[in-house]
Design a protein around this ligand. Sequence first.
Ligand SMILES: Nc1nc2c(c(=O)[nH]1)N[C@H]1C(S)=C(S)[C@@H](COP(=O)(O)O)O[C@H]1N2
Ligand SMILES: [Mo]
Length: 420
Amino acid sequence: MGSGAPSGRCHPDGAVRMPPRSATGAVAVPALAAPVLAPGRAAAEEVPRPVPGIVKPLPAEWFVPRGTNAEMRWESLRGADGEAVVGRRVPVERFFVRNHTSTPLIDPASWRLRLFGSGLRGAPARERAVEFALEDLRALPSTRIDALIECAGNGRGYYSRQQHQSVPGTPWTLGGVGSASWRGVRLAEVLRAAGLTDGAMDVLPSGLDPDYVAGGVNYGPVRRPLPIAKALDDVLLAFEMNGEPLTPDHGAPVRLVVPGWVGIASIKWVGGIEVADHPLHSPWNTDFYRMFGPGHPPGGGDPLTVQVVKSAFELAEGAVLEAGREHRLHGRSWSGTAPVHRVEVSTDGGRSWRRAELHDEPRAHDWTRWSIGWRPERPGRHELRARATDRRGDTQPDTAGFNREGYLFGAVVAHPVTVA
Ligand SMILES: Nc1nc2c(c(=O)[nH]1)N[C@H]1C(S)=C(S)[C@@H](COP(=O)(O)O)O[C@H]1N2
Ligand SMILES: [Mo]
């Protein structure tokens, strides 16, 4: 196209290559300019990758490998001296990765976004999709939003660790979340340019990563319907993250960013978008990402949308703090619904709470950094707790509501430290 107007020409999906791999399954890891990396790590050294499907380096100081995913270490947001090394935005190289399969390498020149379905004028079939090349998207008015991406399973590990409830799936602690600045075109703009009709009801973006296969079932490409109201509200087709073109692991060349909603809504490597005048389904809004189990409707609750309130300390689990000295405890809190209103911290196992000082102007869909002073006197094991409340009044409970898949763990987390 190149003209900015949809052409309706047909093209195959953007060419997809898998990341190059050596015979040993290792790839050359590019050098990282990072103060916390061990100085001995050479630029072109071949090291086995902790998560084979992820392209970027995953230094152990920054990430915990979890199956096909990489969790961000909260303590890596501070240097050894306790000084902040990460601002409100998480640098791309430190951002957590959640892949159902593996990161595809997509040629941006042949990539096309293909829109089709009964919710568009003329109801184009998949083979007659309205197409946009990357230049076409870049020619449309662009917007920047600061927003979190957070996995619905973030915190899942605490269902078993804290509530003694066994749940399957990735046992994330609290590092399945990150905040970035995203630039792209509003999905609304692209839908309208593609001929959106008043009858449109659901929008189904589909990823170009390999089909998701689990337990012998092929669920097809990762894809999840969005109701038209959210699609037209604040959803972005993003091509930049923190001012740079998207990188492969985070959805290059183009991904969705769905502010406030569970991460699965923010489809990476988007290729096709079906727009329908009837409800759409995929395993990601039927089998997965709904609440199942006791206390939930028999066939499962509604598909998950907004995220719950959470807080995390920028501190290692079991961190050692010197007794008889004033420390500054740092952390971040966020909510999918509303800006953070207040954050309270307990250093005595939840008996008393003090108000933390907020360091950012709280905004919806983003986190707010905070800190509080603490002078521990008694050596031994202590538990720190942080509890946030958002402007709608939602707060973090002591226990999270059980659901079979362990989604949306929003309870206050007990963070063990040792005073010595
Ligand atoms: N195509 C595709 N999109 C995807 C996924 C995926 O596996 N494939 N994972 C989703 C999930 S579950 C999350 S939490 C976010 C993670 O985004 P990130 O890897 O950029 O942090 O991407 C979402 N988009
Ligand atoms: Mo996720």
